[in-house]
Design a protein. Structure first.
Length: 136
């Protein structure tokens, strides 16, 4: 871990379900582009781009093929794609991330898998979908 102390890390995975603005269930499949202002939790299959002004949680059953932009991002499932987290990126023991990351701070639990490059977020802002290379 680098950046903030672990006690300062917000545990997105402990948020109750009603705190999430967007929830994709474990038996669901969605392809497209997701832009939210509130927290998002994905437990199903998602392919596309995720842009959130808030927290993003990839649950243990989540299978993601997407670039993810968010405040705090927690990976407990399988992600193939790049992640930009302005706050904390947390990869839990069950998490697998194949992609490059830029984050304010990084927490990787023992047993987690991270394949990619790691960088800081100096000067990075949360993009709109149009800035992420997607037309609305």
């Amino acid at each position: 871990m680098f950046g903030k102390n672990k006690k300062d890390v917000v545990a997105v995975s402990t948020l109750p379900l009603e705190e999430f603005e967007f929830l994709l269930g474990r038996n669901s499949i969605l392809c497209g582009n997701l832009q939210t202002k509130g927290a998002s939790r994905i437990d199903g299959h998602f392919k596309g781009i995720i842009v959130s002004e808030n927290d993003v949680l990839i649950g243990p059953n989540g299978v993601i093929e997407a670039n993810i932009f968010g405040e705090n991002v927690t990976v407990a499932g399988n992600v193939t794609g790049n992640i930009v987290a302005r706050g904390t990126l947390e990869i839990l023991a069950s998490g697998v991330l194949n992609g490059d990351i830029k984050a304010g701070s990084l927490v990787v639990e023992p047993g987690a898998v991270l394949r990619g490059n790691i960088g800081g977020i100096e000067g990075i802002e949360n993009p709109e979908l149009s800035q992420a290379g997607v037309s609305k």
